[in-house]
Design a protein around this ligand. Structure first.
Ligand SMILES: Nc1nc2c(ncn2[C@@H]2O[C@H](COP(=O)(O)OP(=O)(O)OP(=O)(O)O)[C@@H](O)[C@H]2O)c(=O)[nH]1
Length: 223
């Protein structure tokens, strides 16, 4: 009933009068995918958002694709985010391509301590443009911002790349939780805005919202 396909989130239709008197626990749904090289922290990012916990210890690569749901409330509207955690390993790409089409939003992660994960962002964006909806919401995230001693990608480099592609950007930490909730909140707000859009209604710019709300890592970028 509340599932969405296509580029815009859908509103729940009102239940017919003969339906049982239970209201759905959300007003909109949206499908979000986490993308990026293996090891950038996609699974940890999702678990931090969903459970407020950080998975440390042995790294177990995702096999194929997995998902979790979480409802966030933005401006009184409950948005159920269905979040798909994809495997970053090359051998699973053909599996994940099939899921791009229905996604309303994509969180594209690199690891600030891993240069190749940053260099591969352009290839990820090419893939996104090939397989995803044209108006999919994309956000670029530089994860592991807590590991400042091993930083190899400056925050400015992330900013510059994001500006080139016209997407919002912030650095995040799945370990400390920095900016994790904000990333999903911004997506939920954008989906709500698109779903309720009216020519004379309020205006929402996801990039401005992210810029005004994002936290910077406690230690500045010094590279
Ligand atoms: N310090 C720190 N470590 C992190 C962070 N996010 C993830 N890690 C670590 O990075 C490793 C990889 O994390 P995952 O979340 O499994 O990476 P992934 O992107 O899901 O990898 P695939 O499933 O192979 O695509 C794990 O050892 C995590 O503990 C972070 O924000 N900070």
């Amino acid at each position: 009933m509340t599932g969405m396909s296509g580029a815009a989130a859908t509103r729940d239709v009102e239940a017919p009068e003969h339906s049982p008197p239970c209201s759905p626990s959300y007003d909109l749904t949206g499908k979000v995918m986490l993308l990026g090289d293996s090891g950038v922290g996609k699974t940890c990012f999702l678990i931090q958002f969903k459970d407020g916990a950080f998975l440390s210890g042995t790294f177990i690569a995702t096999v194929g694709i997995d998902f979790r749901n979480k409802v966030v409330t933005v401006d009184g509207v409950r948005v159920k985010l269905q979040i798909w955690d994809t495997a970053g390993q090359e051998r699973f790409r053909s599996v994940t391509h099939a899921y791009y089409r229905d996604a309303q939003a994509l969180l594209l992660l690199y690891d600030i301590t891993n240069k190749s994960s940053f260099d591969n962002i352009r290839a990820w964006l090419t893939e996104i443009h090939e397989y995803a909806q044209r108006d999919v919401v994309i956000m670029l995230l530089g994860n592991k911002a807590d590991v400042s001693s091993e930083r190899v990608i400056r925050s400015e480099d992330g900013e510059t790349l994001a500006r080139e592609y016209g997407v919002p950007f912030m650095e995040t930490s799945a370990k400390t939780g920095m900016n994790v909730e904000l990333a999903f909140l911004a997506i939920a707000k954008e989906l709500k805005y698109r779903s309720l859009w009216q020519p004379d209604g309020p205006h929402f710019q996801i990039r401005d919202f992210v810029e005004s709300q994002k936290k910077q890592p406690s230690c500045c970028s010094f590279l």
